[in-house]
Design a protein around this ligand. Structure first.
Ligand code: VGL
Ligand code: ZN
Length: 216
């Protein structure tokens, strides 16, 4: 008999600084909390793996506008790291290590496996798998492979940045990848549909609602 495909839920960056009252507010972010809780219960009931990612920046992180004289939030700069240059959007200070804003929200804080990212001050890391230039990888792919995961289900914040890049890397790593549409919110509302279209074109399965997923 064939084994059912093993599933992991990746809960991306549901942290206080990304809530409506946080320093890098994602509009309607708190709507994803009950959806994430529903997904966690369902995946646990199927004995799947649940992993959270956590944006975890040092204070001197180069993605912060505050670390670039004369620059404003949402400006872009060219960042060079190890002779490679890339465009970086500048953000408000957010998810600074060991500050309350960096904590996973209480409703999902019992997730046992947490992968931190964005810890190198020189380079940002939107994806839970690797930094934006693929110099260093987190332990996420190792955890998924150790648990024989073939399918990943993704939810969280923000659709247009960390969720998008985590989905794209999951596809690159060979996982069947599902994004739950009502369990993710974007920083920029106008970029939501474009992000979903890009993900669809790269092979990500967009599941419209959490209820659709958990009732299958
Ligand atoms: C994120 C911007 C900066 C995210 C993290 O979680 O989508 N966005 N850092
Ligand atoms: Zn960040």
């Amino acid at each position: 008999m064939t084994q059912p495909s093993k599933v992991a839920l990746i809960v991306v960056d549901i942290q206080y600084d990304f809530l409506e009252t946080g320093t890098l507010p994602v509009p309607h972010a708190s709507d994803v909390i009950p959806k994430a809780q529903q997904l966690i219960s369902f995946i646990e009931s199927m004995h799947g793996l649940v992993v959270a990612t956590q944006d975890w920046h040092p204070k001197n992180h180069k993605s912060f506008a505050s670390n670039h004289a004369g620059k404003q939030v949402f400006d872009t700069v060219d960042l060079t790291y190890q002779d490679q240059s890339s465009t970086q959007v500048l953000w408000p200070d957010h998810c600074i290590q060991d500050t309350p804003g960096a904590n996973l929200v209480a409703e999902i804080s019992s997730i046992p496996l947490v992968v931190q990212k964005g810890t190198n001050p020189e380079i940002d890391s939107y994806s839970g798998f690797a930094d934006n230039q693929y110099h260093a990888f987190t332990a996420l792919s190792k955890h998924l492979h150790q648990h024989d995961i073939q399918t990943v289900v993704i939810c969280g914040l923000a659709t247009d940045y960390c969720v998008k890049m985590t989905c794209l890397d999951a596809v690159k790593f060979g996982f069947r990848t599902l994004l739950i549409q009502d369990a993710t919110k974007p920083v920029v509302a106008e970029d939501f549909d474009g992000a979903l279209a890009t993900l669809r074109s790269r092979g990500v399965h967009i599941v419209p609602t959490t209820d659709d997923f958990v009732s299958h």
